[in-house]
Design a protein around this ligand. Sequence first.
Ligand SMILES: Cc1cc2nc3c(=O)[nH]c(=O)nc-3n(C[C@H](O)[C@H](O)[C@H](O)COP(=O)(O)OP(=O)(O)OC[C@H]3O[C@@H](n4cnc5c(N)ncnc54)[C@H](O)[C@@H]3O)c2cc1C
Length: 389
Amino acid sequence: MLEKSEKNCCGCTACRCVCPTGAIRMQENEKGFLLPMIEEEKCVQCGLCERVCRFERSVGKERDAYAYGIKKKKGRRYSQSGGAFALFAEALLEKGGIVYGVAAERANVFYARASGAEGISKFKGSKYVQASVGDVFWNVKKDLEDGKAALFCGTPCHVDGLVSFLGQKNADMKKLITCDLVCHGVPSPRVFRDYYAYLERRFGVIREYDFRKKFSGFWHSHIESFLLKDNRLYVSENYPNLFYSHLELRESCYHCPYASEKRVSDLTIGDFWGIEKADPLYDDGNGISLTLANSKKGMELIKEVRAKAEIREYAFKDCLQPNLQHPTKQPEAYGAFWDSYARHGFEATVKKFCSFNETDYRKDTSLKKCRRAALQFARSVKRRAKKML
Ligand SMILES: Cc1cc2nc3c(=O)[nH]c(=O)nc-3n(C[C@H](O)[C@H](O)[C@H](O)COP(=O)(O)OP(=O)(O)OC[C@H]3O[C@@H](n4cnc5c(N)ncnc54)[C@H](O)[C@@H]3O)c2cc1C
């Protein structure tokens, strides 16, 4: 019988979706991550749940040696990097296809289905929290059965789970395009919910929360922002600091088999870190998506979007970043962090274990600071470019 812990389960829901008797449900653990639970009286021991699970058996495809730096020509502002996802999503919509991605409503982050531009606008931008999959795998299967083209974009573990589930169901996957992220690891939904509640207690009702605010010319930074109902805008580095402490990631992320240059999707997107050195004149500080074409389908979609983007090809070594080589390392204080969380809750724990500073909430004056930093960045790019010429 399927036995899963947070260490060897990414919460993709493939086992729940494939179960013929509905014996599996996803249940939140004390850290806020979803795990499959089996109702033994409903289980018929068919073994499908074990067969569909790919987490410890995943093998990515060898890919060709080139990577692309993609910049959407128009409308990159709300995309996390160069807007590669939006380009692919728009191409699918033009063909009457369906797009699956991750949206956020207040503190809840979840996969959803979109058949129009308004829907995909909600998927733009990274939500640094593990997204719940809900019934999305079933919806993808239904769309494919109805003859629709579908693009599914998410973490590589969830893409692999989807493909495994569809394979078990003998679904026709010719019209499915998969796109995964270079993924650092997914933070705990519980920590984010607690953080969101903390912000609202201190500042008032939040109208818009942005995990990584993209200030013009300042893409290389990682600053969160939140806009309150009364239009005050705050920026801070507290949530990014929680994320980069690596203490609140799902345990399976430290054993992630997908943090490798072998990929499981047709396309892989990420931030093109290193572009400022590889091609300083191309880097305008407004975001460039690293894009890996891992299959013929992926390659074709890149060709399709050429007219709406600037696309340059790079050697893979120019875009290698840690999570394309190995998973994020589990910090030694991981156990102590979660023990403290269970006993003392959010505030006391993050103050003790992370660089969490109660006073690090700046009103829009900090926007001036960001603009100044953006100018400095632009000047440094010019200097580097001059040296190269
Ligand atoms: C948890 C997390 C960790 C990441 N770690 C890295 C990293 O280490 N290195 C790196 O280069 N890039 C990382 N990224 C990806 C990066 O932040 C951008 O998403 C990427 O550069 C694509 O940008 P874009 O402009 O092409 O697309 P965007 O318009 O920003 O679209 C992003 C896509 O990501 C999907 N998405 C957003 N949030 C989530 C989520 N919580 N779970 C699953 N899918 C989501 C959306 O559905 C959308 O399809 C990470 C993203 C997330 C969510």
